[in-house]
Design a protein around this ligand. Structure first.
Ligand code: NDP
Ligand code: MG
Length: 387
């Protein structure tokens, strides 16, 4: 059993729950938990793992949880400002950031600031403010270990050569549930169809983003920042089986890839145990049982948000933040049943086109205000479609 100590932000969500499953299986101590409003689940996690501190995003949620945990030694703190201090005081060596959406950005910066290792699932941190996050990590000498499965695979594949020997990154995509649907058929798919991902079980927003391929677009941006590889050297390939999690192509035309069963727990375990490898929490991969692996080009005409993400990283500044904010609003409206599937791309595209001036903005305050502006514009776009 391991002596590792971790913190988990977004502990009650899909990745957070899987990170805690790894902790349970591998015997990691859990010193810090952070959540938003799921008090019942947080109470049971706190009772199981006995962290020194639990932080809830709002003081109201913290008050209820404090009452529920009053017979325990766990200290419950509330409000966004409490998190930075709790991270700094924590004995965790690695903090897993599995908060969803751009709300994960400030926690990412706070973990980096603390000097602890950041196991990063929250890709929005890099989409919204990748330059700032990476510069902060560079200044602090902080380690960022990617938990997103593709980036975890790329991280591992990059060890086969030097940075200068890399020709391209091959980012694999399952293609989502609608990879075979025509553009006309995409107009009538339902919420239920969208949430039925063929290979991964994830939170709702990323499941919708996987169906539109917005998620793969975000992952291009994430890879540009994490690995210092230009956007035009990152290829996307649809790989239905979700076994080969991504690859690195070297200048001698060798391709080095990582393969495993699709299980996020593997990525969390890798990020915490790195540079060691320990016996796996995830199941072994039986290649003969899989039989075949397939690869094909993505259909850019049917899934326009993939190309829009390439534009956003090319245009730079706060354009990726605008893209993310518009998508968060559009996906939330889709999940509430207010938009049809094909409307998500319409809302995101129209918001993106409206806020072109964001390309000039590079400071954190400016990026966060563009995020708010993009949300307001996207809400207007949703209203216009509903009307
Ligand atoms: P979920 O929606 O399942 O979970 C989100 C978690 O974040 C919950 O614990 C939620 O708390 C918490 N949270 C949300 N907003 C706030 C906030 N403002 N302050 C504090 N906590 C907050 O998301 P996923 O687990 O699916 O995804 C998490 C991140 O990991 C995303 O960035 C996603 O892109 C990335 N990712 C996810 C993968 C997956 O397999 N699910 C794969 C690769 C990356 P509460 O429950 O209280 O609302
Ligand atoms: Mg991924």
């Amino acid at each position: 059993m391991s002596e590792k100590i971790i913190g988990v932000l977004g502990a009650t969500g899909s990745v957070g729950t899987q990170a805690l499953d790894v902790a349970r299986e591998r015997g990691y101590k859990v010193d810090l938990l952070f959540g938003n409003k799921n008090i019942t689940k947080m109470e049971s996690l706190a009772r199981e793992f006995s962290p020194a501190r639990v932080v809830m995003a709002s003081e109201a949620a913290a008050s209820s949880l404090r009452l529920a945990l009053k017979d325990t030694a766990t200290k419950v703190l509330g409000g966004r400002d409490a998190l930075g201090e709790a991270i700094a005081l924590s004995s965790a060596e690695t903090v897993v950031n599995a908060v969803s959406g751009s709300d994960g950005l400030l926690p990412t910066l706070e973990v980096i600031e603390s000097g602890k290792r950041l196991a990063l699932a929250n890709k929005e941190s890099l989409v919204v403010a990748g330059d700032i996050v990476m510069e902060s990590a560079r200044q602090r000498g902080a380690q960022i270990l990617p938990v997103d499965s593709e980036h975890c695979a790329i991280f591992q594949s990059m060890m086969s050569g030097s940075h200068g020997e890399i020709k391209s990154i091959i980012l694999t995509a399952s293609g989502g549930p609608f990879r075979d649907k025509s553009i006309e058929e995409l107009e009538s798919v339902t919420l239920e169809d969208t949430l039925a991902h063929p290979t991964w079980s994830m939170g709702q927003r990323i499941t919708v983003d996987s169906a539109t391929l917005m998620n793969k677009g975000f992952e291009i941006i994430e890879a540009v920042h994490l690995f210092g590889i230009p956007e035009d050297a990152i290829k996307v390939v649809v790989h239905r089986e979700s076994i080969l999690h991504s690859a690195v192509e070297y200048i001698d035309n060798s391709i080095i890839a990582e393969m495993s069963v699709p299980d996020m727990r593997m990525c969390v375990q890798y990020a915490v145990d790195f540079p060691e490898r320990k016996s796996g929490v995830a199941a072994p991969l039986d290649l003969a049982a899989i039989g075949r692996l397939s690869f094909e080009e993505p259909r850019l005409d049917a899934f326009p948000l993939l190309s829009l993400a390439r534009c956003a990283i090319f245009e730079g500044g706060a354009m990726p933040a605008v893209l993310n904010a518009a998508d968060e609003v559009a996906v939330a409206a889709f999940l509430r049943g207010e938009l049809r599937f094909a409307d998500i791309a319409r809302v995101v595209e129209s918001t993106y086109l409206k806020l072109g001036e964001a390309a000039e903005i590079t400071d954190l305050g400016g990026i966060l205000s563009m995020d708010l502006e993009a949300r307001a514009a996207a809400k207007e776009a949703v209203k216009a479609i509903i009307a």
